[in-house]
Design a protein around this ligand. Structure first.
Ligand SMILES: [Zn+2]
Length: 95
């Protein structure tokens, strides 16, 4: 997926846990669009349009943000939505 551009999205967002190798030791609840339509190129120069939903839509939004210098901690609504990796591991083991 080369130069992805989110060309449309549903207004509905959902918070979900994210982490990132660029921000080690921290996890956060990040709001993302549940459904996005993305235009991107492939390695052969072909242009594609594809709809992604839920977890895959979250990944594409996270990675597309990187291309624009944005990391997930920039997207959390409040610092209360940030936890350490240790706290995160406790939280998901209870669920
Ligand atoms: Zn990342």
């Amino acid at each position: 997926m080369i130069n992805p551009t989110i060309i449309s999205h549903l207004d509905e967002t959902e918070k979900g846990w994210e982490g990132c190798l660029s921000v080690p030791g921290i996890r956060g609840q990040v709001p993302r669009y549940r459904e996005i339509e993305v235009e991107y190129g492939d390695r052969h120069g072909n242009i594609h349009r594809q709809v992604f939903t839920d977890f895959v839509a979250r990944i594409v939004q996270h990675e597309a943000d990187h291309l624009n210098g944005i990391v997930f901690v920039d997207r959390v609504e409040t610092t209360r939505d940030l936890v350490t990796e240790q706290e995160y591991q406790k939280l998901i083991s209870v669920d």
